[in-house]
Design a binder for this molecule. Structure first.
Ligand SMILES: [Fe+2]
Ligand SMILES: [Fe+2]
Length: 351
C-alpha cells in the first residue's frame, strides 16, 4: 500500500503524520458523494412486429456475444496485491514526464503520489465512460429499428455493466481513489444520451467513444506492468471490439442518401466530439489536486512529443471506421488534419 494514509475529513497525511492541505478526490469508504446529475432525454422508441432474423451479420454478432460472456467476479485475479503508487504503467505515459516540472518532483514522495492520481484519473474516466456506454446501449435497445439490432444491443448492455463492475472494483479496492468525470467526457456523454437521432447515438457511442476506448485499452494492455489491470483491460477489449463492429455494421450505408444538411450535422458532431475526446486527457484536475503549476503542466501536456503521439494513437480506430462509413468528407478530413490524426485513415480498424 501507499505511504499516504487516508484522512476521511478530506486531507491526507503522509507517513510522518504531517497533514497536507491538498484536496483529495473522493476515496472509497467515505460517505461523501458527488451530486447525482440527471438528464432530460427524448428519442423515438421503436417497436417491431417481426422477430425473425433479417441480418445474418448482426445475428452472428449476437451469437458471438452470448458465447463470449464472462463473469468479472470470477474471471479476474482479484487476489492480486496492488501497490497503487508503484510504476504500474510506464512513467512515460504521465503527461509531464521528462519536463522541468517532472524534474522538480521529489521522486520518493511526490512521484508515487502522482502515479496513483494519474492511474485513478485515467481509470476513473474509463469507468465513467463505461457508465455512459451502459446507458447509451440501453437506449439503443429501445431505439434500434430491428429485432436483430435490439437483441445484439441487449448483450452489450450486460457487457457494459460488467465493465463498470470491473473498473469500479479496481478503483475502490486497489487504487482507493476515484476521480469525478472529466468535464470534456461528461459533455460528450451528455450529448450522446440526449441526442434524438438514433444514428447519432450509434455514431457517438459505438464509433467515437468505443473506438477511442479500444485504442486506449490497447495501449494500456500493452504497456501496463501490473497483472490485474492488464487482465481487466484485456478481457474488456475483447468485448469492445465487438461493440465497435456493431456500430460499423449497423451504420454502413446509412449515410449514402443523406441530404447535405443532415450530413453536415454528422460532420460537425464527429469533429466536435473528437476535440472533446482529445482534451479529456489533459488531466487538469490531477495537476490542481497535487498543487502542481497547472498552466505549465497543461502546456507540457499539449506539446510533449510522447503525449502528442499518445493522443493521436487514440484515434487510430476512429479515423478508419469513420472512413468505412463514408463520413471522411472534406470537412471531417479538415477536422482530422487539424487534430493531426488523418494519417490513420489507411490503418486497419480491426473491427
Ligand atoms: Fe465497455
Ligand atoms: Fe463498449
Amino acid at each position: 500500500m501507499s505511504a499516504a494514509s487516508l484522512d476521511l475529513a478530506g486531507g491526507a497525511a503522509d507517513a510522518s503524520g504531517e497533514t497536507r492541505s491538498i484536496p483529495e478526490p473522493r476515496r472509497s469508504g467515505t460517505q461523501i458523494k458527488q451530486p447525482a446529475s440527471t438528464l432530460e432525454v427524448a428519442y423515438e422508441a421503436c417497436l417491431v412486429d417481426s422477430y425473425a432474423p433479417e441480418r445474418a451479420d448482426l445475428r452472428g454478432l449476437y451469437e458471438k456475444a452470448k458465447e463470449a460472456q464472462w463473469n468479472a467476479k470470477s474471471a479476474l485475479p482479484w487476489e492480486t496485491d496492488v501497490d497503487p503508487e508503484a510504476e504500474n504503467m510506464p512513467n512515460q505515459l504521465i503527461p509531464i514526464f521528462g519536463s522541468s516540472v517532472w524534474d522538480r518532483l521529489d521522486k520518493k514522495t511526490e512521484l508515487p503520489r502522482l502515479r496513483r492520481h494519474a492511474t485513478s484519473y485515467l481509470l476513473s474516466n474509463f469507468l465513467h465512460g463505461e457508465q455512459g456506454a451502459l446507458m447509451a446501449t440501453a437506449q439503443i435497445v429501445s431505439a434500434a429499428p430491428s429485432a436483430d439490432a435490439k437483441l445484439y444491443a441487449a448483450t452489450q448492455v450486460m457487457d457494459e455493466a460488467r465493465h463498470v463492475e470491473a473498473y469500479d472494483r479496481y478503483l475502490r479496492e486497489k487504487v482507493e481513489m476515484v476521480y469525478p468525470v472529466s468535464p470534456y467526457l461528461k459533455t460528450l456523454l451528455d450529448e450522446i444520451l440526449t441526442e434524438r437521432r438514433w444514428d447519432m447515438k450509434y455514431l457517438g457511442m459505438q464509433i467515437l467513444v468505443e473506438g477511442l476506448a479500444l485504442a486506449a485499452f490497447g495501449l494500456l494492455s500493452q504497456t501496463a506492468n501490473e497483472p490485474l489491470v492488464k487482465e481487466i483491460v484485456r478481457m474488456i477489449m475483447i468485448d469492445e471490439a465487438r461493440h465497435v463492429a456493431f456500430g460499423v455494421m449497423t451504420l454502413r450505408g446509412a449515410y449514402d442518401d443523406m441530404t447535405e444538411g443532415e450530413l453536415r450535422d454528422r460532420e460537425d458532431f464527429i469533429v466536435e466530439s473528437s476535440r472533446l475526446m482529445r482534451d479529456r486527457f489533459l488531466m487538469q484536475e490531477v495537476w490542481e489536486n497535487l498543487d502542481l503549476p497547472v498552466e505549465e503542466c497543461l502546456e507540457v501536456t499539449k506539446t510533449s512529443p510522447i503525449m502528442l503521439t499518445f493522443q493521436s494513437l487514440l484515434f487510430s480506430k476512429i479515423v478508419p471506421n469513420v472512413k468505412r462509413l463514408g463520413l471522411l468528407t472534406p470537412r471531417v478530413r479538415k477536422g482530422f488534419e487539424e487534430l493531426r490524426v488523418i494519417q490513420y485513415e489507411t490503418w486497419d480498424a480491426s473491427a
